[in-house]
Design a protein. Structure first.
Length: 77
């Protein structure tokens, strides 16, 4: 008896949600450890800022809006 090969389901190369990158291309996925309470708060903050927002969107925006500590230019007074 010849075995039929299943052609449906299973993982496929290139499938799944693509990583967010406004410049195009892929953004590496990073992991952040947060308590359930902190994640729920970040999710609520993301939705408060944008109804379609998420915790990761809110966290990304906070990082983008913060001054870069590597920028060492000091102003003379």
């Amino acid at each position: 008896m010849e075995e039929e090969r299943n052609t449906h389901g299973g993982a496929r190369a290139g499938s799944g949600r693509k990583a967010f990158n406004p410049d195009g291309g892929e953004t590496p996925i990073r992991k952040v450890r947060l308590s359930d309470e902190a994640w729920e708060k970040a999710t609520a903050l993301g939705k408060a800022a944008d109804p379609k927002g998420s915790a990761s969107t809110w966290i990304r925006q906070q990082i983008e809006d913060a001054p870069d500590p590597r920028d060492t230019k000091k102003r003379r007074k």
